[in-house]
Design a protein around this ligand. Sequence first.
Ligand SMILES: C[S@@+](CC[C@H](N)C(=O)[O-])C[C@H]1O[C@@H](n2cnc3c(N)ncnc32)[C@H](O)[C@@H]1O
Length: 181
Amino acid sequence: MLEVGRRRLKDAGVLDRCRLVQGHASDVADTDFDAAVNLLVAHFIKADERPAFYRAIHDRLKPGGCLLSAEISAALDAPEFPTMLENWKQVQRLMGASDESLAQLEGMLRTTLGVVSPADTEALWRGAGFPLAVPFFQTFIVQGWYALRPIEKDNSPELFSGGHSVHMSALSALKQTTVRR
Ligand SMILES: C[S@@+](CC[C@H](N)C(=O)[O-])C[C@H]1O[C@@H](n2cnc3c(N)ncnc32)[C@H](O)[C@@H]1O
């Protein structure tokens, strides 16, 4: 995966600005990132390991830095979950999943992966130091949020509750650092 990333960064002409590290967030020494993007990773991490995972990201962002994450997140015991599961199976079927893997899908979500509900995810983010997780994306059972690490020296409630202009400028900074294919 690192080699794929290296190739894409090279094609985008920004490889000389990048340092690729293979490992976990906690293996990264720098603590001054403007943004962290976490796509389709968190649901692999068991709920009891999630606080440390989100905290490791939080601690490596600058104050005002932005975490953006999309992950499988669903309330597995909610009345709508069986229908959401059937819809997700249909998506997988259209992508060529076998009957055998479809039969295992629910068990994988319930036991193999560390799927937690949207409400619990937002609580985990708060516990890790992100006061406000803002939902921005959902496709079937994949949900996306972003949040800012508070600027601690400025105790303004607006920053802690996610003042609109602060969020918009963080997202715009993220856009500028995003490498497009
Ligand atoms: C579906 S891939 C997503 C990769 C990439 N973010 C993307 O969107 O193409 C899932 C990634 O999660 C990583 N992963 C799985 N379990 C993990 C864990 N316990 N801790 C950290 N990363 C994990 C895997 O190494 C893999 O790179």
